[in-house]
Design a protein around this ligand. Structure first.
Ligand code: ADP
Ligand code: GLC
Length: 481
């Protein structure tokens, strides 16, 4: 039996801001339970819903040094869906209205969380063979596991993995503050270790010190070795390329299943979607005040509204797009400029554009179920889950060929009748627009072809089945070396 510990800043169903939460909340239960005991440590944020907080059980508490500070560490636990979760409690750090706030606060918050997660292990009575870290928030863990922790016999020989879900966010702050916070000696703050371009960089520390590095698709694993996608760490990614691999994300097939999904109005599956899926479209048109018309080409967007997702291309083409027989449904929050852009177009094209500028798990399921197509023209995309969810819901993805979008959506080929979606290569607004028009044309005038695209998309397997096996292989290899 191998013990694996996930340490992460978010996980479904407790707290979610993006795809990281979906991955951490769904992957651990997919490992072979006979061979792997995989547990998860998260912060206990005050903004988690009462429903979850009231179910957590107190385990222990202690005080921990953080630089010159001494901080309270509470440990709570809860079993969920067959997985053991632990929560680190500290009201000073985790009391915000959202998991993340100002970067200078987050820098201290996640130094605390990383050290607390490791420090709590002996009192929990769980010694991992491998600590699996996720993103910059846990980047200090591989460093700490090589620094002071091994002075204690308990930690000696523990291996670490870091998964990069998004290279853009690195946890960068000045060296002096980070030294002060972590108590790490100046030895670590050189350009071959934690320092990058004069500052301390948590993610870089994680990448340098982890025993293995993964990211969430093959294409992104290649892209980040280049300056365009490398976010100024491409040199490091090239240097670590022997320890870097891409493992594509899966989704939770129990949660994302149009045949049983309790959050959608009308269930359907790969056999009956031709008749049943449209009922969800009608229901959503009614709910959102869109024109009640079966034949409008309904395009969905469920996303963080940031530059990463290609919204400047969409902003550029919104007027043109709205001249067509189209409906656009947006669900998202993020940069104010994009929130206001969609509000503006919803006002300008009433009945055609619906802007839902908030976070709603329930509405997201309805959008995936109701729409004909899903638009995701990302500038970069480590993996992307929305297009995978769309495939599962028979909603045809329209994507830019980058990162995980390229790996999970096969472009439609009308001559060979292959493919599961529509895609374009260059980050160019007109290329995106022509691709949407092409999709619209197939939808309106070649319905049989369109339905075959859906058939092929719904037949794809993006459950965790094969990717969980790849993580297991990596754990075995790490534990053996
Ligand atoms: P990222 O992690 O970069 O945000 P992903 O495609 O990997 O992108 O994952 C996004 C996840 O967050 C999906 O599960 C998507 O449905 C969900 N999501 C994004 N915005 C919202 C929102 N406003 N309401 C509900 N779910 C959302
Ligand atoms: C990040 C990426 C996204 C990926 C998710 C889960 O938020 O932006 O592409 O799917 O992490 O790995």
């Amino acid at each position: 039996m191998k013990n694996i510990l996930f340490v992460a800043s978010e996980s479904t169903p407790f707290i979610k801001t993006g795809g990281l939460a979906d991955v951490v909340g769904s992957l651990p239960k997919c490992f072979d339970k006979e061979k792997y005991d995989c547990r998860v440590i998260l912060p206990k944020y005050m903004c988690m819903s009462e429903e979850w907080k009231s179910k957590m059980n107190y385990v222990t508490h202690f005080y921990m040094d953080l630089g010159w500070r001494s901080q309270y560490v509470g440990v709570l636990e809860m079993q969920y869906d067959g997985v053991q979760f632990y929560f680190i409690d500290n009201e000073y750090y985790f009391s915000g209205s959202k998991p993340y706030g100002n970067i200078y606060q987050d820098i201290e918050k996640f130094a605390f969380f990383s050290k607390a997660a490791l420090s709590a292990l002996p009192s929990i009575g769980f010694r991992p063979d491998i600590v699996h870290c996720h993103d910059w928030q846990t980047g200090l863990i591989p460093v700490m596991l090589k620094d002071k922790f091994p002075e204690n016999e308990f930690y000696r020989g523990i291996k670490s993995v870091i998964t990069i879900h998004n290279l853009k966010f690195q946890g960068v702050w000045d060296v002096k503050t980070v030294r002060d916070l972590t108590g790490l000696p100046s030895y670590y703050f050189t350009p071959d270790k934690l320092e990058a371009y004069g500052d301390a960089n948590y993610l870089k520390g994680g990448i340098v010190y982890a025993d293995a590095v993964t990211t969430v698709s093959d294409t992104y694993a290649e892209e980040i070795k280049t300056p365009f996608y490398g976010e100024r760490l491409d040199g490091l990614m090239r240097a670590r390329s022997n320890s870097l691999r891409g493992i594509v994300n899966g989704i939770d097939y129990d949660v994302w299943n149009p045949d049983t999904d309790p959050l959608i109005d009308h269930h359907y599956n790969a056999k009956n979607f031709r008749k049943e899926k449209i009922k969800n479209k009608r229901a959503l048109q009614r709910e959102l005040g869109l024109e009640q018309n079966d034949s409008r080409f309904m395009v969905g967007i469920v996303s963080r509204l940031t530059d990463q997702k290609g919204f400047d291309l969409i902003a550029h083409m919104m007027d043109e797009m709205c001249q067509n027989d189209i409906q656009i449904v947006v669900l998202g929050t993020g940069d104010e400029k994009y929130e206001n852009m969609f509000r503006h177009f919803a006002w300008k094209y009433q009945g055609k554009v619906s802007a839902n500028i908030f976070y709603s798990e329930a509405l997201s399921h309805k959008v995936y179920a109701a729409c004909d197509a899903f638009l995701m023209p990302s500038l970069f995309e480590p993996c992307g889950l929305s297009q995978i969810i769309s495939l599962r819901y028979g909603t045809v993805p329209i994507v830019r060929e980058t990162g995980g979008l390229k790996d999970t959506v096969q472009p439609y080929n009308q001559y060979e009748s292959t493919g599961t979606g529509f895609s374009f290569a260059n980050y160019n607004a007109h290329e995106m627009y022509y691709t949407i028009q092409h999709a619209m044309e197939v939808y309106h005038s070649k319905k049989r072809e369109w339905n075959k695209l859906i058939d092929r998309g719904m037949a794809m397997d993006y459950s965790w089945n094969s990717s969980a096996r790849k993580y297991e292989e990596m754990y075995d290899w790490l534990a053996g070396c």
